[in-house]
Design a protein. Structure first.
Length: 383
């Protein structure tokens, strides 16, 4: 699926394997009938595995070794369907759509026509697609092979208020460089709005290492500006320079130190759309963020063609029980949600999220997991 030059893999390498298994039963929100949900696990030659499930096209697990060959799952998730449904409000691992992030007042105007969408947060605005967003639907599997898994969902005209029948594809592909490639594609039969993303939560110290694990991370985001927001985190339309603020992550900063600086703020941590790639959609992916966990030497680089990335430090998580009966807590993980800017349909100065019938929406993101053994240079001083 990923053809082209540069950092894009031409074809799946032979040593990638795919396993398929039954994950559980879930009720289809459209038909109200129970359906089997399957899990697909891609594995490479480096011992890295990525599991995705049909419910919400969710990234359920990402396991990889650290510098000491210890394998940990670095992605938050659940072992069963019931837990995903019970904790739906946290969007753990889920696909965000039709429109990720916020829509002010649950409305927008397009071609002089006012469009009202559902308001699933306090009846004030829409978040992450509404009451039944793409995280809640059961995705059809249209391809499963060593070349990856391709999910499809057809969102009916009028769903959550959005015009147009929207056909979406998500491709997950793993290579032997520990790169997880994700491609979002969409087409519509009438003018609509699309801004897809992933709400995967990561902690490179291990999914259950909590706030202590996150505090050990360093974070670097190639961004000079963030999208300014009000007290409901609705964009004001302005972009704000990060210089001399807690949002300046252009050089690596330690999370422990930075999160302490939010104690006197209304929002206790990062939950901001950082302007990346110059605020424009790129022709190919570029590196926009690097997160490092020095004790394990694990690294996550985020590469994307999108103009924005929501960086979120799980400020709203309240003691959820996750995989292996592990407690997930506030400030115990992070999200790196590549996207166009929030509420873009109400801000003509932002990159457009409108999609016409003759167009194709595409969004590429690459999560590149590495082990950077910087400590080794200090250990080889034998004469």
């Amino acid at each position: 699926p990923f053809q082209g030059e540069g950092t894009t893999p031409r074809r799946a390498e032979m040593s990638i394997t795919l396993e398929e298994e039954i994950f559980g039963l879930a009720v289809n929100p459209f038909t109200k009938s129970p359906e089997m949900v399957r899990r697909y696990t891609l594995k490479n030659s480096k011992g890295m595995t990525v599991s995705v499930i049909q419910l919400g096209a969710i990234i359920q697990s990402v396991c990889l070794p650290d510098a000491y060959k210890k394998v940990d799952d670095v992605c938050l998730g659940f072992d069963d369907i019931a837990s995903y449904l019970a904790n739906k409000g946290a969007y753990i691992g889920g696909t965000l759509g039709r429109v990720a992030n916020r829509v002010a007042n649950g409305e927008y105007t397009f071609n002089d026509t006012k469009v009202s969408v559902t308001k699933n947060i306090q009846d004030k605005f829409q978040l992450h697609g509404g009451f039944i967003g793409f995280d809640s639907v059961i995705w059809e599997v249209v391809q499963k092979s060593a070349e990856g898994v391709i999910f499809r969902h057809v969102s009916p005209h009028g769903h959550e208020g959005y015009p147009g029948k929207l056909t979406c594809l998500i491709t997950y592909q793993l290579d032997n460089e520990n790169r997880l490639w994700v491609r979002y594609e969409a087409t519509t039969d009438r003018s609509t709005m699309v801004n897809l993303s992933s709400h995967a939560y990561f902690n490179l110290a291990g999914h259950g290492s909590g706030a202590k694990g996150l505090s050990e991370h360093t974070v670097e985001i190639a961004s000079d500006q963030i999208v300014d927001t009000d007290e409901l985190q609705i964009p004001t339309g302005k972009l704000v320079d990060v210089k001399d603020t807690v949002f300046d992550l252009r050089l690596p900063v330690l999370m422990r130190d930075r999160l302490m600086q939010f104690e006197n703020r209304q929002i206790k941590g990062y939950d901001n759309c950082f302007v990346v790639n110059g605020g424009r959609v790129q022709k190919s992916v570029a590196k926009v963020a690097k997160i490092v966990h020095p004790p394990s030497c694990r690294v996550l680089e985020v590469w994307t063609d999108q103009p924005g990335m929501q960086f979120y430090t799980a400020n709203n998580l309240t003691s959820i029980v996750g995989k292996n009966c592990t407690k997930y807590e506030k400030h115990g993980s992070f999200c790196v949600e590549t996207e166009k800017f929030p509420d873009a349909m109400n801000h003509p100065e932002f990159p457009s999220i409108s999609l016409e019938p003759n167009e194709k929406y595409r969004h590429d993101v690459l999560y590149w997991f590495k082990v950077e053994e910087s400590w080794k240079c200090c250990c080889n001083n034998d004469p």
